[in-house]
Design a protein around this ligand. Structure first.
Ligand code: V47
Ligand code: SF4
Length: 373
């Protein structure tokens, strides 16, 4: 959408003076503040939020929508924590499993040649420390040197460094030397301490998550950020979360993408909560795109919201649909996502993006375009 078209939309259809003023700031390229972010969540109409978010997305990336050839390895579901929203860990699922290092290397070796990225994350296993995880990276790096290794959430990192008695810097440097390229965005949940106490009381505090990512960025390790939304948090908690991420990104520029994660309510201790609507999901994408003006990318993780909703999200500021994934993650199927076997063919992903009016672009993990379709 062009500036003129949005201006007409604002002039003709926005009666709320507050929304009008915030919209004008956004199209002038100015940053909005926390009160304005909350106001958008509360009073912004969905169609307008979508137009504003897409305007920002198109300024950054034109019509392009990115994807990557990737797969996941989940080393174990045994976890020292028991987050109340989690359907994945052995506490909730009732069964426990863990792969041997050798089995994980075999999985990496067996992955198709077109794979560009391996995402490794799982439960926080009480027995394994830094040596184990550094060793795993080293073996995979040797077997498949071309793969980008995006591994271990801040929560897993916190535990392995603590267990092995190394500082954050020392630990990250060792992992980097052994093949770590970037770290995924998991474990951020919602930074607000009161909400955290109610949903994941025993897990590292929000400020530790931020410290781990900041230190990684300073060492040249890129990362992603997430936010678990749609449970007991309110709009103010979401905007506080986005504000802390925006401040960190201003300091380091090390985040690649932001991934909102919708709370799914099957098979966990918070199943009594209803899931939020798809309208709320789209609003959340749009406000996130508007608020995080310094984040290059916004990702819709399709195994979580489904392929159709991910396609719709491309009209609400999203420019990245993650990847082909190859049926290699269980986190969302266990929590009740519609895609029980998360895999999509390349043709399917390309069609999904084209049908949304975007240009499919295969990317690497640093968002260099490898091929436009
Ligand atoms: O931290 C767990 C979330 C996260 C549920 O960096 C749930 O590219 C919703 O971080 N409902 C792990 N969410 C997954 C993750 C991720 C996913 C995709 C891409 C990337 C990336 C990172 O999953 C956890 C937690 O926030 N989670 N249970 C649930 N019931
Ligand atoms: Fe463990 Fe992660 Fe599940 Fe929390 S969300 S219980 S840290 S696997």
């Amino acid at each position: 959408m062009q500036i003129e078209e949005i201006e007409i939309l604002i002039t003709k259809s926005v009666a709320d003076a507050g929304i009008k003023a915030i919209s004008e700031k956004i199209i002038a390229g100015q940053r909005i503040n926390q009160q304005e972010g909350i106001y958008l969540f509360e009073y912004g109409e969905l169609a307008l939020l979508g137009s504003l978010a897409n305007f920002i997305k198109e300024k950054k990336h034109g019509k392009m929508a990115f994807f990557i050839h990737n797969f996941h390895i989940e080393p174990t579901n045994i976890c020292i924590y028991n987050c109340r929203f989690c359907s994945y860990s052995h506490h909730q699922s009732g069964t426990s499993w863990e792969f041997e290092q050798k089995e994980m290397v075999e999985k990496a070796v067996a992955a198709p040649a077109e794979m560009k990225e391996l995402h490794i994350t799982g439960g926080v296993h009480p027995k394994h420390g830094l040596d184990y995880y550094a060793g795993l990276l080293k073996m995979i790096r040797e077997a498949r040197p071309e793969l980008h290794l995006k591994a271990y959430s801040a929560i897993e990192l916190d535990f392995m460094f603590e267990k092995s008695g190394v500082t954050l810097e020392e630990g990250l440097k060792i992992l980097k030397e052994n093949g770590l390229d970037s770290i995924p965005g998991g474990g951020a949940e919602i930074f607000d301490e009161e909400v955290r106490k109610q949903i994941c009381d025993d897990k590292a505090f929000g400020n530790r998550w931020l410290e781990i990512h900041e230190t990684a960025h300073k060492l040249g390790i890129g990362s992603n950020a997430t936010m678990l939304y749609g449970h007991i948090e309110n709009y103010s908690h979401r905007i506080d979360h986005l504000e802390l991420l925006r401040q960190l990104q201003d300091r380091t520029g090390g985040f690649n993408t932001f991934i909102p994660l919708k709370f799914k309510n099957k098979n966990n201790e918070m199943s009594y909560l209803p899931e939020v609507s798809s309208i709320e999901d789209m609003k959340n994408y749009a406000v996130s795109r508007i608020y995080l003006d310094n984040f290059p990318h916004l990702k819709a993780y399709w195994p979580m919201i489904g392929q159709q909703m991910s396609q719709l999200a491309l009209s609400f500021g999203v420019d990245d649909l993650d990847g082909t994934i190859n049926n290699s993650t269980q986190i969302y199927s266990l929590a009740g996502a519609d895609d029980k076997n998360p895999a999509i063919s390349l043709d399917g992903l390309i069609k999904l993006i084209r049908d949304a009016g975007c240009t499919p672009a295969e990317r690497d993990s640093w968002y260099n375009v490898l091929k436009e379709f």
